[in-house]
Ligand binder design. Structure first.
Ligand SMILES: Nc1ncnc2c1ncn2[C@@H]1O[C@H](COP(=O)(O)OP(=O)(O)OP(=O)(O)O)[C@@H](O)[C@H]1O
Ligand SMILES: [Mg+2]
Length: 293
């Protein structure tokens, strides 16, 4: 069997807890992601999404289990894995531009200062930060602007694996749409692999190849992996005309509103730990056949 680009095996995270002695956020998670895939994950607040992403980034160590990327165990951060954090995490003493050039310099130490600046400005432009805004420090920027700096920084380092923790949460609808489309263009042009956390089901369907559905914690599980079999390139206007779009959307909303609570307590040994693969196109075909009868 060929090896996946990214393989998560038996991932478990426990924290000491004053109430119950120990909090098991999730236990024995298994997951595989192929090179070039765009995978999103959604689930209720506190189920452990950011924890998983930080472990994939090598910034957090899991209590048990391993993450293997391109055949090598992930231990510690690497420039091959770029992160847009939920709380932006910019260096407060540096301007927006310097926050980006700092990252680009680490990625390309052989580049001249002009090359670095041009590259950084290209990505800052892409997220609409120009006309002098790029010289402001994070404290002088709005939340949405800070989030855009963080996005520009991650895109500019062109990592093999892009890890996005609710990257568009603080953006207005118009900016969000523009940056989502830029992200799709970058992704299509680079063959990067993307793992994104989002609470927005429409965003997840528009962008992803697969959406992972995480049940509520403690002992959260990645219960399902829903395939988004909608042709690319997708258009925001016409995607909503696709019958499959509504089947997928209903499935996701139904999971979040009711089924996410069903999986509670430690999983039994007999449970498979890989998420169950769900393909709603099969349902649509059956439905269409039934309607034709
Ligand atoms: N350092 C820590 N010590 C103790 N508990 C922690 C720590 N970090 C996270 N947790 C707990 O782990 C659980 C998962 O947290 P995490 O941040 O991964 O959730 P999340 O799914 O990203 O939530 P949100 O959607 O609100 O961002 C939460 O119950 C949180 O309180
Ligand atoms: Mg989070």
């Amino acid at each position: 069997m060929t090896q996946s680009f990214l393989s998560v095996e038996g991932l478990t995270q426990r924290y000491p807890s004053s109430e119950s002695g120990e909090l098991t956020v999730f236990e024995n998670l298994d997951l595989k992601i192929e090179k070039g895939e765009f995978v999103s994950i959604t689930g209720h607040s506190g189920c452990g999404k950011s924890t998983i992403l930080n472990v994939l980034a090598g910034l957090d160590e899991a209590s048990e289990g391993v993450v293997i990327m391109e055949g090598r165990e992930v231990s510690g951060p690497s420039l091959d894995r770029g992160v847009v954090f939920q709380n932006y995490s910019l260096l407060p003493w540096l301007s927006a531009l310097r926050n980006v050039t700092f990252a680009v310099e680490s990625r390309h130490p052989e580049w001249s200062a002009d090359q670095v600046k041009e590259h950084a400005n290209y990505y800052l432009n892409l997220v609409g930060l120009n006309d002098g805004v790029e010289y402001r420090k994070p404290s002088q920027l709005s939340g949405g602007m800070r989030q855009r700096v963080s996005i520009a920084r991650a895109f500019a380092t062109e990592p093999k694996l892009l890890l996005l923790d609710e990257p568009f949460g603080a953006l207005d609808a118009l900016t969000r749409g523009t940056i989502q489309d830029e992200l799709l263009k970058i992704w299509a042009g680079t063959g990067q692999t993307i793992f994104m956390i989002t609470h927005d089901v429409d965003e997840a369907i528009y962008l992803s190849d697969r959406i992972l559905l995480m049940s509520n914690g403690p002992y959260a599980r990645i219960a399902e992996s829903v395939e988004i079999e909608i042709d690319r390139p997708r258009s925001r206007g016409s995607i909503v005309e696709d019958a499959l779009y509504y089947d997928i959307r209903n499935h996701l909303v139904q999971f979040l509103t009711s089924r996410s609570k069903e999986f509670s307590g430690p999983s039994s040994e007999s449970d498979g730990h890989l998420p169950k693969m769900v393909r709603l196109s099969e349902n649509s075909i059956i439905k269409k056949k039934l309607m034709a009868l």
